[in-house]
Design a protein around this ligand. Structure first.
Ligand code: FMN
Length: 181
């Protein structure tokens, strides 16, 4: 089971890092240039440390990379966090870099695509873009931690969102306490 993980230029890069740490199977990673700069601004990780969490790493401009083709087998793609810019492009079928092209491949091949937007407030345009994705079978999973498990730290709030992604991937985890447990 290999998954394409893309980290794009939205706040909340830590969500993508924790996902890489917890997600099982082979991971093929793309970190956009903006995401690399935000990573340095809001975490203590280096780009190299994050890239070490993946099995293969590709640059956003590598449009000849395997996942740019539907013939390359990958089970799913997660864009986490997903900037509204990348989300808008994917929702319109614009495939101008490796992230947006791999996402377009996911949609056309009916593979699982999960996008984790982090932006607030949301304009009508952003909401329409998300709706268009949802109508095309994409899981739109905003980075919105729940408070019912009574998180005691930022790490627990991050893990709630990562756990929800793993739920969508069908991967068992204990990243948060479920309601009723
Ligand atoms: C410090 C910083 C924080 C940003 N945070 C967000 C954000 O939370 N959500 C978002 O949609 N865009 C955010 N942006 C804007 C995107 O980075 C910008 O639209 C960029 O073009 C996205 O490129 P990418 O999707 O190729 O990574 C942020 C930009 C900067 C510099």
């Amino acid at each position: 089971m290999n998954t394409v993980v893309a980290i794009t230029g939205a706040s909340g890069i830590i969500y993508g890092i924790r996902l890489l740490e917890e997600l099982e199977g082979e991971k093929e990673l793309i970190i956009t240039e903006t995401a690399k700069r935000i990573l340095q601004a809001e975490t203590a990780y280096t780009v190299a440390e994050v890239e070490e969490l993946a099995d293969k790493v590709y640059h956003q401009d590598e449009l000849f990379a395997p996942m740019a083709s539907g013939s390359h087998r990958f089970q799913a793609m997660v864009i986490c966090p997903c900037s509204e810019s990348t989300l808008a492009k994917v929702s319109l079928g614009i495939a101008d870099n490796l992230v947006t092209r791999a996402a377009a491949v996911c949609i056309k091949e009916h593979r699982k695509l999960i996008v984790v937007p982090r932006e607030t407030p949301q304009s009508a345009m952003m909401l329409r873009n998300s709706l268009r994705l949802a109508e095309n079978g994409v899981v739109v999973l905003p980075a919105c931690p729940g408070f019912y498990p009574k998180p005691g730290s930022v790490e627990e709030m991050v893990d709630f969102v990562v756990g929800k992604i793993l739920d969508q991937m069908g991967q068992p985890h204990e990243l948060f306490r479920r309601w009723g447990e």
